[in-house]
Write a protein that binds this ligand. Structure first.
Ligand SMILES: [Zn+2]
Length: 172
């Protein structure tokens, strides 16, 4: 018999499997979002729901960085599928760059990255390392084909946003 491990949401106290939860880990006197659930530190869990994330943002003891909260909310938003529409609407605005090489060339101008969920592990690691080095936020969203459609390309691994205000609008 397979044992399905469940965790309790720190906010609503309901039990869920891990794929229904966000994980955060302690970092100093704050908490940081462990998006890939790979941190060795002891995790605290929150439902992947707007309500629990909103309540988390007001929590007196568990302080999570605002950017991390926004990232969680943006991951929830992706269920509504409007992310691709937003990117599509922006495609001619000169604020978007796509492709690993082009992003590396303009890395100092980049504020947010949307990485395809089916990107190769090698490219994924490369991008995440670069993002962390440069303090750039990122999410994994959509497939290479879906991201490609925005630019009439067959496949796109990653899209980046150069404009800070636009990036904020997209994650906020
Ligand atoms: Zn909850």
């Amino acid at each position: 018999m397979t044992k399905i491990s469940e965790r309790t949401c720190i906010i609503c106290r309901k039990k869920h499997t891990k794929d229904e939860l966000f994980r955060i880990v302690e970092k100093g006197d704050k908490y940081t979002f462990d998006e890939k659930m790979k941190s060795q530190k002891r995790g605290t869990y929150i439902c992947r729901s707007q309500e629990c994330v909103n309540r988390l943002s007001k929590h007196k003891k568990i302080k999570v960085e605002i950017d991390d909260l926004l990232k969680m909310l943006s991951l929830l938003k992706k269920d509504t599928k409007d992310y691709l529409k937003v990117l599509k609407a922006m495609k001619n605005s000169q604020e978007l760059v796509f492709g690993v090489n082009m992003i590396f060339d303009e890395i100092e101008k980049i504020h947010f990255m949307i990485i395809a969920e089916d990107i190769s592990e090698k490219n994924d690691n490369k991008l995440i390392r670069k993002a962390n080095e440069n303090n750039i936020h990122y999410i994994h969203y959509g497939s290479k084909i879906q991201l490609g459609e925005i630019f009439d390309k067959e496949e796109v691994n990653v899209i980046a946003i150069k404009n800070k205000r636009v990036a904020r609008g997209l994650i906020g």
